[in-house]
Design a protein around this ligand. Structure first.
Ligand code: UGA
Length: 443
């Protein structure tokens, strides 16, 4: 099929390359010419394992590629090309509010509409407040020359950063919100290779499809905050949250995934999605149903403050004149994304309280520098740790998990480590003469 992908950020760039992999002819559009230029040259502007190889394997003009994938800034070209248009623009949190900013999604629909002069399907993938698809469908039909033959469907995306390609080509499920058999047929044909591999397909109305996405992220955030609330109780009672979550995980009804206690969740999705969900529930008069999400958010934020407190304790009660090494800047490993990064949040707070903070991350250094130019940055974990009074392990990259406590011990000022992700082995670190502390674990 001939499909277009509007908005080539994380979601869109991955979706475009994966749709080419499924055999479709794909045209990606972005309003930023520099993004289009980078993608057209075979460069993915963020770190996502496997994505660049996939892009290059399909990019038109690239030697040895299938040539099924191109990028443009022209709405006219997109309108003329596509039988199915995917809208993948982002919906960030509005400044000073919980609600999400729908302006990029709305403007994508509005700019596309005048170019739709024959029957087409416009499929929303962005994470939107429930009720948006209904409204956007009406708006599209009013503005497109094809009228109601420019149909809308909603197809939320569940990919995780770091696993974006894998999650798109082998999703747990496909959810499509449709209003006609025709729309369902088109999407079944488009996703035929995924359906043939046994991917479950859930066909719903618009609001249910929109809600599946926000409910899924809310559940994940709640699960993480649940175990972090248990970590607070462990700290108060002398229990060990790692053993606790390990024991809970044996109960198949609970399961061990998203039950890792530590510094909590960040990134461009979970925090803003739970807030937008609360805001939308308020508009719908259902705010009571989601007041617990406020607590989920607070528990998550308290972990960051607790890490700052632990670090202060290790620095002898104050940060002035102290050197603190921070390992990790990305909001999670295998990503260079620093949006609402718990690691950088902690680093920033400690720096503001008078410490000299030096950060190292395997992939997120450029993004971290842009967001927090006042922090110091090092080229390696060892360099960051030089002379440090305390080392904070805040994003669990593989290279930190396998760090040699002896080698690190030779460069630090004092052998003190705080494990914000509960993945280092306390026995090994303590055995090498380190004071090891972690969130939710006995000292
Ligand atoms: C999340 C969801 O997992 C995806 O399904 C969804 O599609 C995506 O948001 C989105 O809405 O676009 P992502 O933001 O990439 O994906 O990150 P996750 O892997 O879910 O991790 C989120 C945060 O939770 C990270 O900061 C991670 O360190 C933290 N986390 C995760 C924990 O603190 N504990 C855990 O046990 C698991």
């Amino acid at each position: 099929m001939r499909i277009t992908v509007i908005g080539t950020g994380y979601l869109g760039a991955t979706h475009a390359a994966c749709m080419a992999e499924l055999g479709h002819e794909v045209l990606g559009l972005d309003i930023l010419p520099e993004k289009v230029a980078a993608l057209s040259a075979g460069n993915v502007p963020m770190y996502e394992p496997g994505l660049e190889e996939l892009l290059r394997g399909h990019l038109a003009g690239m030697e040895g590629s299938t040539g099924r994938l191109r990028f443009t800034t022209s709405w006219e070209e997109v309108g003329a090309f596509g039988e199915v248009h995917f809208v993948c623009t982002n919906t960030p949190q509005r400044r000073g509010e919980f609600a999400c900013d729908m302006s990029y999604v709305e403007s994508a629909f509005d700019l596309l509409a005048p170019h739709l002069d024959r029957p087409v399907l416009v499929v929303g993938k962005s994470t939107v407040p429930v009720g948006s698809a209904d409204r956007l469908a009406l708006r599209l039909a009013e503005r497109a020359p094809a009228g109601e033959a420019a149909e809308v469907a909603w197809n939320p995306e569940f990919l995780r950063e770091g696993y974006a390609v894998e999650d798109t080509l082998h999703p747990d499920r496909l959810v499509i919100g449709v209003r006609s058999d025709h729309a369902e047929e088109v999407l079944r044909e488009l996703y035929a290779p995924l359906l043939e591999q046994g991917t479950p397909l859930v066909v719903t109305d618009f609001p249910t499809a929109e809600l599946v996405k926000t409910a899924a992220n809310s559940f994940l955030a709640t699960k993480i905050s649940f175990i972090n609330a248990m970590a607070e109780v462990c700290e108060a009672s002398g229990a060990d949250v790692v053993q606790l979550s390990g024991a809970l995980a044996y109960d198949a009804r609970i399961g061990g995934r998203y039950l890792n206690a530590g510094l909590g969740f960040g990134g461009g999705c979970l925090p803003k999605d739970i807030r937008a969900f609360m805001a939308r529930a308020g508009e719908l008069g259902a705010d009571q149903a989601l007041t617990f999400l406020r607590e989920v958010d607070s528990i998550n934020m308290r972990r960051r403050s607790r890490m700052v407190e632990l670090a202060r304790e290790q620095c002898g009660g104050g940060f002035l004149g102290r050197r603190v090494a921070v390992l990790g800047a990305a909001f999670k490993p295998d990503s260079d994304d620093v949006r609402d990064s718990p690691a950088l949040n902690v680093a920033g707070q400690i720096q503001l309280q008078g410490a000299q903070v030096t950060v190292y991350d395997p992939k997120a250094m450029d993004n971290a520098r842009k967001l927090f130019p006042s922090l110091s940055y090092a080229d390696s974990a060892l360099e960051a740790a030089e002379g440090a009074h305390v080392v904070l392990h805040l994003t669990e990259w593989q290279e930190f998990r396998t760090m040699d406590p002896e080698a690190l011990g030779r460069v630090v000022g004092e052998r003190r480590i705080l494990d914000g992700r509960n993945v280092l082995d306390p026995v090994v670190w303590r055995g090498a003469g380190w004071t090891y502390r972690a969130l939710g674990r006995p000292s």
